[in-house]
Design a protein around this ligand. Structure first.
Ligand SMILES: [Zn+2]
Length: 270
């Protein structure tokens, strides 16, 4: 039996580009049909029926018609919008980064329900106000897991031995995680990782998200784990995400604002 021409699906917008005078092409992630491209015709006209209902950071209810190049969105409504996520620039930039990772990780029309569920949960966590960096690290771990490439943080990737609590180790994203000091180091990529950072990586692996949200860690350990997982994800997806530059810029600006506010406060105290 041929697939029905008209179908209904939930979807989250991963990216979009404008086409012609008034159309927009969306890359969507769906629970059953994986990633797909669909066209929202006339959406940029002021009185479009679709306008406003095909935005990112929302779970959409769509009716689509199969077509040769892009499926056509015939009707759209917002099932659930994560509105608070959009109020903070760092959450928004993180949400774009998570969407980009999903887009890179999933093939068109390939089963991707675990990634869909992961992205939806991550958006909900951002919306709930959880620290964007924590959500991003949890998501990176989950995404690697969904792709069957979970980072090894307990054993040696070379001899499969459990690492002793105080033994020397190296972090080698290219080989899949931690390696004990018994083996010669490959010259390609060598990353030292502190024990504190390894412990935080293990926490991401072992704990549920509620427990992760409550962890207190020094900023340098958080930064180390971020770099370690970025290295890992870069290898899994074979390049850096484009949206990282924007995310880094947003965070650098926030740090600067915080420093200025602190200076301002201390000069007023004098
Ligand atoms: Zn080993």
């Amino acid at each position: 039996m041929p697939a029905p021409r008209i179908y209904h699906t939930e979807a989250i917008v991963l990216s979009r580009f404008e086409l012609g005078e008034a159309d927009r092409v969306l890359t969507l992630l769906t629970p059953q049909d994986g990633k797909l491209k669909a066209i929202a015709k006339g959406v940029r006209r002021p009185r479009s029926r679709l306008g406003g209902a095909v935005e990112p950071f929302a779970e959409l209810q769509l009716v689509l018609a199969r077509a040769r190049t892009f499926d056509v969105i015939t009707s759209a409504s917002v099932g659930h919008a994560w509105l608070r996520l959009r109020e903070r620039l760092e959450s928004t930039a993180t949400a774009w980064y998570l969407a980009e990772l999903a887009e890179r990780a999933v093939e068109e029309r390939a089963y991707a329900y675990p990634v869909y569920a992961l992205l939806k949960r991550a958006y909900q966590l951002l919306d709930d106000g959880m620290a964007p960096a924590r959500v991003a690290r949890w998501y990176e771990f989950g995404l690697a897991d969904a792709l069957g490439m979970r980072p090894e943080v307990e054993r040696c990737v070379e001899c499969d031995r459990m690492l002793e609590p105080d033994e020397e180790f190296h972090w080698l994203p290219l080989l899949g995680g931690t390696m004990c000091a018994r083996h010669p180091l490959p010259t390609l990529e060598r990353t030292e990782l502190s024990l504190g950072a390894l412990k935080l990586l293990r926490a991401y692996r072992r704990l549920d998200i509620e427990a992760i949200a409550g962890l207190r860690q020094p900023p340098d350990v958080e930064a180390e784990v971020e770099q370690a997982l970025r290295g890992f994800i870069r290898n899994v997806l074979e390049r850096d995400a484009r949206s990282l530059a924007f995310l880094d810029e947003v965070r650098a600006r926030q740090r600067m604002v915080a420093v200025l506010a602190e200076r301002n406060a201390s000069s007023q105290r004098v």
